[in-house]
Design a protein around this ligand. Structure first.
Ligand code: PMP
Length: 450
């Protein structure tokens, strides 16, 4: 037992470098190695590491009060954070419920949607439709809504049986069609699903504006969300946008749904809300829903001991202030075309990169055996993991996004550095990425996989 770590790590038996500190877009391990954080951890460290203003805010709040229980006290940081979020959120998403993670934000979103229909006397309207090739969190409710086959399989007997429709995944179209001649069958499928289940039984449609962990920054065709909104309005189905990964400037706008001018009824937030400086998530809810609950039972049947704690709220508030001052989302929007150009160049040199897609500073590279057939690698060849490892060895952190439609396809990596990255630093990132892709192409060819 002597030298064995007691910490359960993602991969048992594997060794991980020990981080010493972080500054800006870089992380340093205890052996003095430097890593360019090309994934903001898990698309989280949006304002970079070691920002002095956040550390100061943390300290100041800790000196006052870190925890109070929300049924006994309200607190100033949580009040102010809720007010600021209501100001920047789309439409009438005026109210906020705080949690500690993205998964919890999604669980709360689900519960509030179901409760809303109960409050207006339609308790049978309690089924939620989600999409395949999606990820909404690891807890059982959130996993039930997630079309991430790899993460679901082991626990499928525990998961609620929610219906799921096909994702708007043009590169590997589930209908083997091409946009726009497809007529967006993926969106039409939602209408068919609602009709089949019966609109009187459907509470909400749940989706990631840009598909992240399960697909690698998959952006739907332009008119997709307008059509989804039209369908949901027609059948009185709530729209729940999971902006846990896409929120807070990641795609070049405060929230990704702003790209399509579609306002959700409920929105889940996490990751960039605190930039990783503290655990916090949030569920934002429209005035219509909250007013209804206030006129009815008045109680939101969800929450956690640390929901809305002043320590986390003060940190997130400082992160929002920092973003307000430095507008890193604008930097993401400005760098978008440069990143796209660089990634297209890499893809043109290395056919293993079958597709690149994304917005702002959220980009995916899909890896395929053959760009003509778009055929994916067999799952046991671990191409995503190998690519992530290759980048890591070269001092570049990228994020794995595996878990295609049938669980055996869809190797992708995500590039999503802190939104504060400069163009020069971005060039450096691309240089290392290209070297890694060159080597992985060579290795896969050598292994007879290309
Ligand atoms: N929703 C989305 C879109 C996510 O990307 C994630 C995390 N990858 C989650 C929910 C779950 O968030 P957490 O890991 O903080 O529970």
């Amino acid at each position: 037992m002597a030298n064995k770590s007691h910490l359960i790590k993602p991969l048992l038996g594997a060794t991980y470098p020990e981080v010493a500190y972080g500054k800006g877009i870089y992380l340093y391990d205890s052996d003095g190695n430097r890593y360019l954080d090309g994934a903001s951890g898990a698309v989280t460290a949006n304002i970079g590491h070691g920002v002095t203003e956040i550390i100061q805010a943390m300290k100041e709040q800790a000196e006052k009060i870190s925890f109070v229980y929300r049924s006994q006290f309200t607190n100033r940081p949580a009040e102010e954070l809720a007010e600021k979020l209501a100001q920047i959120a789309p439409g009438d998403l005026d109210y906020v419920f705080f949690v500690n993670s993205g998964s919890e934000a999604m669980e709360t979103a689900l519960k509030i949607a179901i409760q809303y229909w109960q409050e207006i006397g339609k308790p049978q309207k309690n089924r939620v439709i989600s999409r395949w090739t999606s990820y909404h969190g690891i807890t059982l409710g959130a996993l039930s809504m997630s079309g991430h086959v790899l993460r679901r399989n082991r626990f499928s007997s525990l998961l609620a049986d929610y219906p799921a429709v096909s994702p708007p995944y043009c590169y590997q179209c589930p209908f083997y069609e091409t946009y726009p001649s497809c007529g967006m069958k993926c969106a039409n499928e939602l209408e068919t699903a609602i009709q089949r289940i019966g609109p009187e039984n459907v509470a909400a449609f749940i989706f990631e504006p840009i598909i992240g962990a399960a697909g690698g920054a998959i952006v739907p065709p332009e008119p997709y969300y307008a059509k989804i909104k039209e369908i949901c309005d027609r059948y009185d189905v709530l729209l729940i946008a999971d902006e846990v990964m896409t929120g807070f400037g990641r795609t070049g706008k405060n929230f990704a749904m702003e790209h399509w001018n579609v306002e959700p009824d409920i929105m889940a937030l996490g990751k960039g809300l605190s930039g990783g400086y503290t655990p916090i998530g949030a569920t934002m809810v429209s005035a219509r829903i909250i007013d209804t609950i206030e006129r009815g039972s008045k109680v939101i049947m969800s929450g956690h001991t640390l929901s809305g704690n002043p320590q986390s709220a003060a940190v997130a508030l400082a992160v929002l202030d920092y973003m307000n001052l430095h507008q890193p989302g604008e930097n993401a929007a400005n760098l978008e075309s440069f990143v796209e150009h660089e990634l297209r160049t890499i893809a043109s040199h290395y056919p293993v990169v079958g597709d690149i897609r994304g917005k702002g500073l959220l980009w995916g590279l899909e890896l395929v055996t053959n760009p003509e057939t778009k055929e994916s690698f067999p799952i046991h060849t671990f191409v995503t993991e190998r690519t992530v490892k290759k980048c890591f060895e070269k001092g570049l952190i990228v994020y794995p996004a595996v878990g295609g439609i049938n669980g055996t396809s869809g190797d992708a990596i995500i590039i999503a550095p802190p939104l504060t990255i400069s163009k020069e630093e971005m060039k450096m990132l691309m240089k290392i990425l290209e070297e890694a892709i060159a080597e992985i192409s060579h290795d896969l060819d050598h292994d007879g996989l290309l």
